[in-house]
Design a protein around this ligand. Structure first.
Ligand code: ADP
Ligand code: MG
Length: 260
């Protein structure tokens, strides 16, 4: 298991509120005739840090992509910050402006500078004046510790730096919820920690986070809940200590024996 923490983690702001951030009820999704998500029930409260684990192909990415409607579900309900996800484009736009997403492969715009990557959506979607958008972007680039890279292009940066730009870019939209889909899986080992440290800081500030990751050290240190998926279902969920020390299902035990 990788060692995630370089310093003690400040849990004082990591309070879970009673307020519901995401409510998923009896949700099912198919890709054509393939039933990829089965009867998903999941309630996420504000301030929760949830790690989603499970074998490749179990539906982790599809689940978090459904939460900001990058994928459409076919039955059941998904309510994000009180807004039900339907075909109503207004609702979808509203939810997307409140939910940030960070992908495995960064997905930065290669022809725009770091600063332009960070200001594009605030200027064009949020109608923030350019100067103000640039000030906000610089603040978040400082937060992820790469303000000096602001005028470079993504291709001139290391993978770890690019992923921190991707996180800063999401934060510039002032999201209430952050979704991470294997944010460190494409990184060399020495760069994993710098990205996890950024995620730890977000958690310390009380961000509601859903993270698909194989970084079980991060899960133990930061998550308040670990969800295990297999074959499109949530098989088991628990607080990290119980999840790792006392897994209930055979599928979870097998998975843990393979990764730990
Ligand atoms: P995970 O993130 O856990 O690896 P995914 O959500 O990416 O799993 O995929 C779950 C299953 O759905 C896999 O069997 C995958 O091949 C399939 N799948 C993913 N995306 C598509 C798609 N766009 N069309 C058809 N099948 C897909
Ligand atoms: Mg995936």
């Amino acid at each position: 298991m990788s060692d995630t923490t370089t310093r003690p983690i400040d849990r004082t702001q990591m309070q879970v509120s009673d307020e519901v951030a995401i409510d998923i009820r009896n949700m099912n999704k198919w890709y054509g005739s393939f039933h990829v998500l089965r009867d998903i029930d999941l309630t996420v409260h504000r301030g929760e840090r949830i790690v989603i684990a499970g074998p490749s192909g179990s539906g982790k990415s599809t689940l978090i992509r459904c939460i900001n409607r990058l994928e459409e579900h076919q039955s059941g309900h998904i309510v994000v910050d009180g807004i039900e996800l339907t075909n109503d484009i207004k609702n979808i736009d509203k939810v997307r402006s409140e939910v940030g997403m960070v992908f495995q492969h960064f997905n930065l715009f290669p022809h725009l500078t770091v600063l332009e990557n960070c200001t594009l959506a605030p200027i064009w979607v949020r109608k923030v004046p350019r100067r103000q958008a640039e000030e906000t972007a610089m603040r978040f680039l400082e937060k992820v510790k790469i303000p000096e890279q602001a005028n470079k292009y993504p291709g001139q940066l290391s993978g770890g730096q690019q992923q921190r730009v991707a996180i800063a870019r999401s934060l510039c939209m002032q999201p209430k919820i952050m979704l991470f889909d294997e944010p460190t899986s494409a990184l060399d080992p020495e760069m994993i920690k710098e990205v996890l440290d950024t995620m730890i800081e977000l958690a310390e500030e009380g961000m509601t986070m859903l993270c698909v990751t194989h970084e079980m050290g991060f899960a133990q240190a930061v998550a308040n809940r670990v969800i295990f998926m297999d074959q499109g279902q949530i098989v088991e969920q628990n607080e990290p200590r119980e999840f790792f020390n006392n897994p209930k299902s055979e599928r979870t035990k097998l998975f843990l024996s393979q990764i730990l």
